[in-house]
Design a protein around this ligand. Structure first.
Ligand code: CDP
Length: 247
């Protein structure tokens, strides 16, 4: 442990270039994706990503609630991202705080840009993301889970949406930050990619990096997204090969 002022901060990068959990800079945490994890939803997926555990359920296209949000020429896409009170070390106040509202909004907008919404006028496609255990990158895990859940529900989309956070830790650009890296690192940059076109449909950044570092981070994030994309497709193949996912 190094110390900065009164606060003890962990050493994020060893002299050998290894991270706090022994990973290399360009290494993802382990990811397991189960498509169709719930019986009741039209589509669902469960994602375990490092110490994150995230469930996504999709309903629709269905009637719009509240009614005044209905659009005559297309479906609306509504997402609710929520963190369970027990998902973090210090109990989180239940309910939609500002952070959850912001994340729900950016995820809705990301999916609006890939779903063929005009095929379902006057309906709603509802995405629920529940974070059961959080360890940084939960909005990205939520996008991955929701994306597989949308595909499981048969919602037509341009492509699946892999997502990952890149950042700067111990002065170096690193892929897929875990909690200590997110908390004590210099920058955090979550992104979601449309693999087919290379378009980024979610991109946020907290912290500081130079333009050169940003370019490197984007490249690393895109590579990470492409690796996650393969796991998402595999989860959907497994679902249909076995004829089901829900226990
Ligand atoms: O989860 P994500 O990285 O997308 O969002 P963040 O706002 O950068 O949060 C990073 C991490 O901080 C979360 O994944 C949680 O592990 C933690 N956190 C927390 O402990 N309590 C909160 N109220 C919010 C986040």
């Amino acid at each position: 442990m190094g110390s900065v002022g009164a606060k003890e901060v962990p050493v994020l990068l060893s002299p050998e270039g290894l991270r706090i959990d022994g990973r290399h800079l360009e290494e993802l945490r382990s990811i397991r994706i189960v498509a169709g994890a719930l019986h009741g939803a039209d589509g669902s997926a469960f994602v375990e990503w490092g110490a994150n555990k995230v469930m996504a359920a999709v309903y629709g296209p269905r009637e719009v609630h509240p009614r005044h949000l209905q659009q005559n020429n297309k479906a609306i896409v509504q997402c609710r991202y929520n963190m369970a009170a027990f998902s973090v070390d210090e109990r989180k106040r239940p309910g939609l705080d500002r952070r959850s509202q912001e994340i729900s909004k950016v995820i809705s907008e990301a999916f609006e840009s890939v779903i063929f919404a005009e095929e379902f006028p006057r309906t709603s496609i509802d995405i629920y993301i529940e974070v059961l255990q959080a360890n940084a990158g939960t909005r990205c895990a939520g996008v991955v889970a929701a994306s597989v859940a949308l595909a499981d529900a048969g919602i037509p989309m341009v492509d699946l949406l892999p997502a990952v956070a890149v950042g700067k830790v111990g002065g170096a650009i690193a892929l897929d930050l875990k909690k200590e890296e997110d908390n004590y690192g210099e920058a955090d940059l979550p992104m979601a990619l449309v693999p087919q076109s290379g378009r980024l449909v979610l991109l946020q950044m907290e912290g500081h990096m130079t333009r050169e570092e940003l370019a490197k981070a984007l490249d690393l994030g895109v590579t990470g997204c492409r690796a996650i994309y393969e796991k998402m497709k595999q989860a959907l193949r497994d679902r249909y090969a076995s004829g089901g996912g829900a226990a």
